[in-house]
Design a protein around this ligand. Structure first.
Ligand SMILES: *Cc1c(COP(=O)(O)O)cnc(C)c1O
Length: 450
């Protein structure tokens, strides 16, 4: 299978090339040239373990990786999870289920993709002998998950940009207390969008990208989207038969990577009913789904910081399909949005998505109510999935463990939320670097440290 860019200005590439590059050289995002049909496989996949399912799924997409090697890569990627089911489902009542995605090493859903990506990189480096420099921008959890996915990987140097003071202290400790000498957490003065914009400009410098072997771990990397597809499939199979196609997946959303993965699974033949995009007060996507206008506003820091995003990079992948797979249309929309901060879709199909918005006060109230009703502790991101006003059955994706946000949990329900892996970090020294959020400063720092 080959992969094309949403902007259509580069030739199709193999899976391994798409993963190694992250962002396509024309600034677009990679997608499969043709979408496969999973329907013929569903009966065979029904009873597979998580790792087996992941291997079968990637077997369809990663056609240039030797099957025995793929098996090893996948098997290694899901050994650091602290639950036997990897992605367990908790039933709250007949209408409400939770898909817990926080049992990986950094206690957020991003581990699913980044544990795998670390092993994919390692395998590539073994074959090519070329070192890789990973550059990412994080609103909190990606950085921690990337760093933990890449720790101890020979030939990889990791640089992670994050907005200083705008991620939780424990998220910062997960990135800065690793003791690893090939990991550089870079604190910038600015927002996550500033970090992401600077990062994208660095990627557009092709000479620099070649020079340092640049790769992206942000959710623009296709491997991340595909890895996230697997838990939608796994959840689909884990649900009781009569619920599978009668339940809406509710996804706390920032960069649109997680929910896009579910939507792709639906497009390739799995009869999922639909999706709800649950935003916090940074509601660009909620406004889009309500009005058809995609319009930038300033980021307002919230108690769910990993969703404090306005420019949702993966939205470009959705536009590609929504606009009839026409790269010229994608380029036009992205260019208009980039220059004016706004794009009005004349006809906007919601394509099976509904949406909701939850502000900080509502998040606190929801954490309280969910605890009182079900005895379940939802982290502030997951809480957005419990927004009111919807009918029908829902499965809410729990994207982070509540112990990552102890202050918000404590003030909502008066209880400490702890996790042993986080407690252990508190006695370790913090090592971080400060850089200006400009492409030049970032490139200079990277040149000095690869
Ligand atoms: C990253 C993250 C999100 C947002 O996911 P996207 O793929 O960016 O939409 C939500 N919750 C948590 C805990 C996260 O870490």
């Amino acid at each position: 299978m080959h992969y094309i860019s949403t902007r259509g200005q580069v030739p199709p590439v193999s899976f391994s090339t798409a993963v190694a590059q992250g962002l396509a050289p024309d600034g677009g995002l990679y997608l499969p040239e043709e979408l496969p049909d999973l329907k013929p496989h569903l009966a065979d996949w029904e009873n597979l373990s998580y790792a087996e399912l992941c291997e079968a799924f990637f077997g369809i997409f990663a056609t240039d990786i030797d099957p025995a090697e793929l098996k090893r890569i996948v098997a290694r990627s899901y050994t650091n999870f602290d639950h036997a089911d990897i992605a367990p489902i908790v039933k709250l009542d007949d209408d409400r289920y939770v898909l817990e995605l926080f049992h990986g090493p950094t206690l957020a859903f991003k581990d699913f993709a980044l544990q795998l990506l670390g092993n994919l990189y390692e395998s590539q480096i073994t074959h090519t002998g070329h070192r890789i420099s990973v550059l990412g921008a994080t609103s909190g959890d990606t950085g921690a998950a990337a760093i933990h996915g890449l720790l101890g990987k020979e030939g990889v140097t990791t640089f992670i940009l994050y907005p200083d003071g705008r991620i939780s202290p424990l998220q910062e400790r997960q990135m800065t207390c690793t003791g690893a000498d090939n990991v550089f957490p870079l604190a910038i003065k600015g927002s996550f969008d500033d970090a992401q914009t600077a990062m994208k400009t660095v990627f557009e410098d092709r000479a620099f990208a070649e020079e340092v072997g640049l790769s992206a771990v942000n959710s623009i990397n296709l491997a991340r989207i595909l890895a996230q597809c697997v838990y939608y499939l796994y959840a689909f199979f884990s649900l009781p038969d009569d619920l599978r196609s009668d339940i809406t997946f509710v996804v706390p959303t920032g960069n649109f990577g997680n929910v896009l993965a579910g939507w792709l699974v639906q497009r390739i033949g799995v009869p999922i009913k639909g999706f709800r995009v649950a935003t916090n007060q940074n509601d660009i996507l909620h406004r889009l789904f309500q009005t058809g206008t995609y319009e930038l506003e300033a980021v307002a820091p919230s108690v769910a910081p990993s969703m404090d995003i306005q420019v949702a990079s993966n939205f470009e992948r959705f536009i590609y399909y929504a606009e009839g797979r026409d790269p010229a249309r994608v380029r036009e929309i992205i260019a208009t949005f980039k220059s004016t901060g706004k794009y009005v879709f004349e006809t906007f199909e919601s394509a099976g998505f509904s949406s909701s918005r939850t502000d900080d006060a509502q998040i606190a109230q929801i954490i309280k109510d969910v605890y009182a009703t079900y005895g379940y502790v939802a982290d502030p991101h997951t809480a957005c999935g419990f927004a009111e006003g919807f009918e029908g059955k829902e499965i809410i994706l729990a994207t982070a463990h509540p112990a990552k946000f102890p202050d918000t949990i404590e003030s909502a329900i008066g209880q400490d939320s702890t996790h042993p892996s986080l407690e252990a970090l508190k006695s370790r020294p913090i090592v971080k670097y400060s850089v200006e959020p400009t492409p030049e400063a970032i490139k200079a720092f990277m040149r000095a440290h690869v």
